[in-house]
Each structure stands twice: as structure tokens, then as C-alpha cells.
Design a protein around this ligand. Structure first.
Ligand code: GLA
Length: 429
């Protein structure tokens, strides 16, 4: 145990847990426009915004062609942008307003930009690579209230806002329809995977570009589906059931995130090939639709080599099943069951998929012990955030209990935010 941990071990109450408020579009646009004008000495062509997300359930299923259920947060990243005549890209953010990063799109290759600029530059690069050669350089300024590195998709908020802004100023016309947005989503994914070197499966970008207010997005990640087939909007009206959805960012230091994520993904791909299928979704559908799903799952697992692989596959198959069960339970107003499914999802991510850390587990246990209907980690894991479904008016108290539990263990102070199903990327000014 470190000295720091011992020092904090006797402390049993934390200060008030901070809540991160979302900026309104007017605040975000004003702040961002100011940063742009301060940096580049002229006004931007416009301001666009894209949200972070929380995934309600369906974790580590997107790259297995499975189902996910995200909502867009009211917390957004704003981009003020002006196109340039040349191929230079200059970007600045409110985190370091004095540091302008730049890159030239001309001759740029995969992985050719370091640091955070890889995300916005990567989007322009990906669109050019996809054949949109009219995309030139641009100046951009970012202002954001999406907490960074919290598993709430701050990177997708950045790539999706950039994609929408470029679509608009270059008149590509993809941003105005759900089907068109798939092209922009693909550019955002390519930017993250190939320019920033961050493995991502598509959940975050689809959430940022396709969610609608008051709804969760039931996203089907099977390849080859049309835009219409790949999503359905599910009413997610917390008020109707007298509920709140609390998000707590554990602020746990990320542990080997990239390597571990890639390893989980590779394990799933190996298992699919051992089972002779294109992806684990094929097996998940067979198992979850069987007369006796438990027996069908046991049969599948028996054919796999290695106890670890069996547990990884069990997570993916049961998690895909839980998404539909959650949708049905919530629609029927069976909040107790919805909460149980949150809990089962977390336990599976902890025990079978092994992507939780002590901070996530303690936060979840504390929320459950203090009256939440259910609680689970959200996002990729290895740090990041948890969500908890509570009665209306109770989420602050639950958040504080989590902060107290963290203080007692010498963990970082967590921070919280209130999740409301909000709008996808849009132009704000
Ligand atoms: C990260 C990835 C997503 C998804 C989740 C886990 O957020 O970017 O694509 O795989 O982890 O559900």
C-alpha cells in the first residue's frame, strides 16, 4: 500500500462531489468563436457541436457485430472552423489555448500526425482518402465540456464535430440525413483507428451522429445493414418512470487501455474463427434464440479451447442478449428488471471480460448498496465511468456516497454528471 493510500485510509468522507454541467449551445458557440477569433484573428465560417455518449448496455459487442444501446449526452464538443485555400490544418483547443498544432494534408499518411491533432486532421485525411478530394485545409478551434479520458467518448465528439463541419463547409451533403451520416461516421472511425492509432468499434461515433433527444439508440452492428436496418430509436424517458441516470467518472488512471482493448478484440476474432463463423453475433443469435439458451451456451463454450476464451465468449453472447432484454424491460416500465440487467452486465464485464478496475467495481457496489436499481461501468473499461439508475432526486446522494467510498480508500476524487438522452451532432452557429 502506498503512503498516499495510507494517508487517505482514515478519511471516511470526501468534500462535495463536483458535478460537471453541460454548456448550452449558446455558451459553447460563444466560447468557441472567441477562441477562434483570438487565435486566428478572424471569425470562423460557423460553429458545430457533437456530443459524448453513455452506453446503457451492450458493452464490447460492437466489434462483434452485436447490439449496443447508447444515449447522447448533453455534454458536447464545439468546433469553430474556417476552410483554407491550401492544405494546411491548424487546430487549437480550450485546454491549451496558446498552443496551435498544425499538419499538412498533402502527402500525409496513416499515423502521420502526433498528439490530439491526429483526431481532427485524421478526419479530413480520411474524407480525402474516401474520394472527397475537394476537402482542403482548415483552421479550427475546439471548446468542450465532455470530460476527457472518462470513457464518455470525448474523441468521437471531436472527430464527429469535425466531420460534420467539413461536410457542411464543403457542401458534401451527408450531414443532413441519417443514411448520409454513415459516410461521416466512417471517416471519424478511420481517423481514430488509422491516424490516432486508437482502436474503436463504431459505437461511439454512431451515438454521436445518430442519437435523438429522449431516445436511446438501439444499434445493430452487423456488417452490410442499411442505415434504416442498423438503428431503431427507443424511447428513454426517465421522467416518465420518476428516474435519474447518474454518471460518475471514477478518474481512475487508465491502465494499458489500448493494448488490453486490442487483446479482447483479438480473442473474440480467434474464437469466431474457431467456431467457424464470421463473427460472434452469429453464435449469439443462435444461443439467445434457442429454446434453452443456457444449455445452448454451454454447448458452444464446450467446443472452445481454454477457460479464458470461454469466459470472453460468454460475456459477448450474454451481453448481446441483455440488450434486447433491457429494451423490453424499460419499455414495459419494469425498472427492477432493467436494473438487474445493468448489474448482470457489469458483473460479466468484471468476471468474464475482465475490463473493470477496483474504482469501477467500488463505484458500482456503492451505488447498488445505496438504493440504485442497478449500476454498471460504461464504455471500454480499464478506468472511465459508471452509470447508475436511481429514483428521481436521489442521484446526488448516491454520487456523494461513491465519493466518500473513494476517499476512504485513497482513490482519486471522482466527478459526476447527470445524463439525459440528448441530440446528436448539429450546427449551432
Ligand atoms: C470503446 C470503443 C467502442 C466500444 C466500447 C466498448 O468505447 O471505442 O467502440 O467497443 O469501448 O463497448
Amino acid at each position: 500500500m502506498s503512503t498516499t493510500t495510507q494517508q487517505h485510509a482514515t478519511q471516511d468522507a470526501a468534500g462535495d462531489i463536483p458535478f460537471i454541467d453541460a454548456m448550452s449551445d449558446t455558451e459553447g458557440a460563444t466560447q468557441d468563436r472567441n477562441l477562434f477569433e483570438q487565435t486566428y484573428g478572424e471569425p470562423p465560417a460557423g460553429v458545430w457541436a457533437a456530443p459524448g455518449r453513455v452506453n446503457l448496455i451492450g458493452e464490447h459487442t460492437d466489434y462483434n457485430a452485436g447490439l449496443c444501446l447508447p444515449i447522447a449526452l448533453p455534454h458536447r464538443t464545439y468546433i469553430a472552423l474556417k476552410p483554407r485555400e491550401d492544405t494546411l490544418v491548424r487546430v487549437v483547443s480550450d485546454i491549451s489555448p496558446d498552443k496551435v498544432a498544425s499538419a499538412d494534408l498533402n502527402g500525409l499518411g496513416a499515423g502521420g500526425v502526433n498528439g490530439w491533432a491526429a483526431y481532427p486532421v485524421g478526419v479530413a485525411w480520411a474524407l480525402r482518402k474516401a474520394g472527397f478530394s475537394q476537402i482542403n485545409g482548415f483552421d479550427a478551434a475546439f471548446a468542450s465540456c465532455v470530460p476527457l479520458g472518462s470513457g464518455l467518448s470525448s474523441s468521437a465528439a471531436m472527430t464527429c464535430s469535425t466531420a460534420l463541419a467539413l461536410d457542411d463547409v464543403y457542401g458534401l451533403g451527408f450531414g443532413t440525413s441519417d443514411a448520409g451520416r454513415i459516410t461521416l461516421i466512417n471517416a471519424a472511425i478511420t481517423a481514430e483507428n488509422d491516424m490516432a492509432g486508437a482502436s474503436t468499434g463504431g459505437l461511439d461515433q454512431n451515438a454521436s451522429m445518430r442519437c435523438t433527444p429522449g431516445h436511446a439508440l438501439l444499434l445493430d452492428c452487423r456488417p452490410g445493414l442499411s442505415a434504416l436496418e442498423s438503428v431503431s430509436q427507443q424511447a428513454f424517458d426517465l421522467d416518465r418512470y420518476g428516474l435519474e441516470l447518474l454518471v460518475v467518472d471514477t478518474c481512475a488512471p487508465h491502465q494499458l487501455n489500448d493494448g488490453q482493448y486490442a487483446q479482447r478484440r483479438a480473442a473474440c476474432e480467434r474464437a469466431a474463427s474457431q467456431l467457424g463463423v464470421e463473427n460472434l453475433r452469429v453464435i449469439a443469435d443462435q444461443v439467445n434464440n434457442a429454446d434453452n439458451p443456457d444449455a445452448a451456451l454451454a454447448d458452444v463454450l464446450d467446443t472452445l479451447d481454454g477457460e479464458v476464451t470461454q469466459r470472453r465468449v460468454r460475456h459477448v453472447i450474454t451481453e448481446i442478449g441483455r440488450v434486447r432484454q433491457f429494451v423490453d424491460a424499460f419499455a414495459a416500465g419494469d425498472i427492477k428488471r432493467a436494473g438487474e440487467l445493468f448489474n448482470a452486465s457489469h458483473d460479466s464485464l468484471r468476471d468474464d471480460y475482465e475490463v473493470t478496475v477496483p474504482e469501477l467495481d467500488i463505484a458500482v457496489d456503492t451505488a447498488r448498496a445505496n438504493g440504485a436499481y442497478g449500476a454498471r461501468m460504461t464504455g471500454g473499461g480499464f478506468g472511465g465511468s459508471v452509470i447508475a439508475l436511481t429514483d428521481k432526486g436521489r442521484s446526488r446522494e448516491v454520487a456523494q456516497k461513491i465519493a466518500d467510498a473513494f476517499a476512504a480508500r485513497g482513490f482519486h476524487q471522482p466527478r459526476a454528471l447527470a445524463a439525459l438522452a440528448s441530440a446528436s451532432a448539429h450546427r449551432v452557429a
